[in-house]
Design a protein around this ligand. Structure first.
Ligand SMILES: Cc1cc2nc3c(=O)[nH]c(=O)nc-3n(C[C@H](O)[C@H](O)[C@H](O)COP(=O)(O)OP(=O)(O)OC[C@H]3O[C@@H](n4cnc5c(N)ncnc54)[C@H](O)[C@@H]3O)c2cc1C
Length: 416
């Protein structure tokens, strides 16, 4: 086949004249974005500054997202969800984070780390009983993997679960850094937590991790402490959770024994995609702020946007913003929720976007000078929030290692 034969097939002309917006691939996606953006402007933006300042989580605002169907965005409709795809998930996270990344993180912990996990890995009974509650906002969920002595090294976690004679499980251990782990200032624990625990070793002597649904009121489940003085994401609650002879009924084991790694691998991909989308929201907002400011501000009788060094900050930020936007929505379009197999790009997109967002936020502060350095102008908050995205959901070092591992297994990925 030569080039003329390809042209005759008409494929090269298929998109001619049409504007293709990778971030809004369908009319429904564009409508979702517009609905969320309007809601964010009306309800999220006015509270963002104060909640960050006082390290307060806006629980009522999160619950209210259930009315719009956003809390179960990827959960099946039959259980109260909206049944939407990975692109829709990315859109919601981008829009929330452009205003309030701390609040967006609380949403992510609920909608992605808990609800999406249950929707794709829970059994029918668990889904029928719990999904309607978490999709409506009656219950707020969390996911507990990290521990005081084990983060990146997941197989090093020590929280244990031992089955009792009556079939119930007894959990012992502590979980650290759990977003939504506590819901308020009085130590009320998350209504339901997706907990990873050690249940022994398999036939080959490898650590066996299993997944449990722990619900508020189960004996032995409590908040150890709410963690204060975080650099950023101060509008979300981060807590240590304690499981002290915590009794969990047999029916709250998710999947079979030793299946946690499957749950983790599958859910980490959408977690990383949506954390990248949060980075995009931060990058977009910071670029918008610095671009407007550079027009309004004059120095030496010129708009500061006429200075070459300011142009470098804005020009480089635009290119980074557009690059991450394309990579995020390309990854989302290729991601099938509930199916693992997108690790290379879910790691790649978070690796690139988290650092790009931090750099754009840093440029925004620099362009805005002293004003950029104080809270009222937003970008210093976004700069602090952006740092978490290089750590949570996998550190940038872990993404680099995973990418190199995957490219070793499949070198042809580079040429596809
Ligand atoms: C605000 C916030 C919210 C969070 N929310 C949650 C949550 O909801 N649920 C949850 O389970 N966890 C949560 N986390 C935990 C988060 O996922 C971990 O902090 C993260 O996985 C890193 O683990 P760690 O902090 O134990 O660091 P470590 O794993 O101890 O890493 C320390 C440093 O060593 C590096 N390192 C580790 N191993 C290697 C290696 N093999 N090669 C090269 N470098 C390496 C890391 O990249 C990092 O730079 C949250 C954390 C924060 C700060």
């Amino acid at each position: 086949m030569n080039i003329l034969q390809i042209v005759k097939k008409g494929d090269l002309h298929a998109q001619h004249g049409e504007v293709m917006d990778i971030a809004n691939p369908s009319e429904e996606h564009a409508m979702l974005r517009s609905m969320v953006r309007d809601w964010v402007n009306e309800f999220v933006e006015p509270q963002a500054f104060e909640h960050d300042k006082h390290e307060r989580f806006n629980l009522d605002l999160l619950r209210s997202m259930g009315d719009m169907g956003l809390l179960g965005i990827s959960a099946p409709e039959e259980h109260g969800g909206a049944g939407l795809d990975a692109t829709a998930c990315a859109i919601v996270h981008e829009e929330l984070s452009a205003s309030d990344p701390g609040f967006a993180l609380a949403y992510l912990a609920h909608a992605m780390l808990f609800v999406n996990n249950l929707a794709y890995n829970g059994n029918e009974d668990q889904k029928a009983r719990i999904l309607p509650k978490v999709c409506s906002g009656e219950w707020i969920g969390a996911m507990a993997m990290s521990e005081p002595d084990a983060g990146t090294d997941v197989l090093g976690l020590t929280t244990s679960a031992v089955q009792q004679d009556d079939g119930t499980w007894k959990l012992n251990g502590r979980k650290m850094w759990i977003t939504n782990g506590c819901l308020d200032e009085t130590g009320t624990p998350a209504d339901v937590v997706w907990v990873y625990a050690r249940t022994g070793t398999d036939d080959k002597g490898r650590v066996q991790l299993s997944t449990f649904l722990v619900e508020a009121g189960m004996p032995g489940y409590s908040v150890g402490q709410k963690i204060y003085d975080k650099t950023g994401m101060r509008a979300s609650n981060t807590a240590e959770l304690v499981f002290d002879d915590c009794i969990v009924p047999a029916e709250n084991l998710v999947g079979g024994l030793g299946e946690s790694l499957i749950h983790m691998m599958c859910n980490l991909e959408v977690e990383r995609l949506t954390l990248a989308a949060m980075s995009l929201g931060i990058g977009r907002r910071c670029l918008d702020e610095m671009n407007r400011y550079a027009t309004d501000r004059t120095a030496f009788r010129n708009k500061i946007r006429d200075f070459g060094q300011i142009q470098k900050h804005i020009g480089d930020s635009w290119a980074k913003y557009r690059a991450m936007r394309a990579y995020i929505y390309d990854t989302a379009a290729n991601m099938k929720l509930g199916k693992a197999g997108h690790r290379l790009d879910s790691d790649g997109v978070k690796l690139f976007s988290s650092t790009a967002a931090k750099e754009i936020a840093d440029s925004a502060i620099q362009v805005m000078g002293g004003y950029g350095y104080v809270g009222e102008y937003h970008v210093e908050r976004l700069w602090r929030d952006s740092k978490l995205l290089e750590i949570g959901g996998g550190t940038i070092e872990s993404h680099q290692k995973n990418i190199v591992k995957d490219l070793f297994k499949n070198p042809e990925s580079v040429n596809q």
